[in-house]
Design a protein around this ligand. Structure first.
Ligand code: NAD
Length: 262
């Protein structure tokens, strides 16, 4: 028996042409799945089946799912990963157009990905979403993005509840700051040194480290996991790494708490 095998499974990975999505595609393929990449842009240097899809359009997600089922006869794993990451936009610069664009890709893309995957999936189906640590923690100058990722976490929980009776699980992975083109291609990106110093494990994560969690969640071994948002973030969402308080004066030499004299 091979643990976490995806042999015989058919998977769609949105945003599969780059970064985290690309790593998920490679990992699922190595685990034996038939993988279809759905993205606005074609993967560079890849032999994987590609269906050009804009996930902000429900009709394109519906057509994607129908095309995969028509060709492969089933859909077992749907990874709603495509996203845009507009960071550095403070409230004074926020426009309806930016908010609508962010929500249409990051939220509609996941909501309608869940809807259409659920329409065709059999019991045992796996729906997986890419959330983010900033969906839990607030961040300055990232309102549109962080809000969209909070919505992804909630879509995951609502989807899990609604689809449980059909035997379909819905889970999310919430990455920390990851070495992908979206992060690395920003010149002198201040997020990198900040994330390195703020993350308890002291470094950015790799796309492969995120794909490993997706692999587990996609497998039959995750049969009792649903509605979970799993942090894979070097510990960043666990809390403050540095909190340099000294031992309070109420603690005596024996390590006991002594109430201050009243
Ligand atoms: N990199 C990080 O630090 C990080 C952290 C937390 C969460 N995430 C999330 O991980 C996911 C992947 O991000 P990444 O860092 O790999 O980014 P990336 O830019 O390397 O890849 C994103 C992919 O999504 C595709 N895409 C964008 N808009 C699309 C649309 N409308 N329809 C279809 N495809 C579209 C892009 O073409 C690209 O191939 C995103 O949801 C992102 O928010 C990333």
């Amino acid at each position: 028996m091979s643990f976490f095998s995806l042999e015989g499974k058919v998977a769609i990975v949105t945003g599969g042409s780059s970064g985290i999505g690309e790593a998920i595609v490679n990992r699922f393929h190595e685990a034996g799945a038939t993988v279809v990449v759905a993205d606005r842009k074609a993967p560079v240097d890849s032999s994987f089946e590609f269906i050009e899809t804009d996930v902000s359009e429900e009709s394109q997600i519906a057509a994607l799912v129908d095309a995969v089922v028509a060709k492969h006869g089933q859909l077992d794993i749907m990874v709603n990963n495509a996203g845009i990451q507009p960071l550095g936009v403070s409230f004074k610069d926020l426009t309806p157009a930016l908010l609508e664009k962010t929500l249409s890709v990051n939220v509609h893309g996941v909501a309608f990905g869940i809807k259409h995957a659920a329409r065709v999936m059999q019991s045992g189906g796996r729906i997986l979403n890419t959330a983010s640590f900033v969906g839990t923690l607030g961040i300055p100058a990232g309102t549109a993005y962080a809000t969209s990722k909070a919505a992804v976490a909630h879509l995951t929980k609502c989807g899990a509840l609604e689809l449980a009776s059909e035997g379909v699980t819905v889970n999310a992975v919430a990455p920390g700051t990851i070495e992908t083109p979206a992060v690395l291609e920003i010149e002198d990106n201040p997020e990198i040194p900040f994330a390195e110093s703020r993350t308890p494990l002291g470094r950015l994560g790799t796309p492969e480290e995120i794909a490993a969690a997706f692999h587990f969640l996609a497998s039959d071994d995750a049969s009792y996991v649903t509605g979970a948002i799993i942090p894979v973030d070097g510990g960043i969402a666990a809390g403050w790494e540095r909190y340099d308080l000294t031992l309070p004066s109420e603690i005596n030499a024996a390590g006991e708490w002594q109430d201050p004299a009243t």
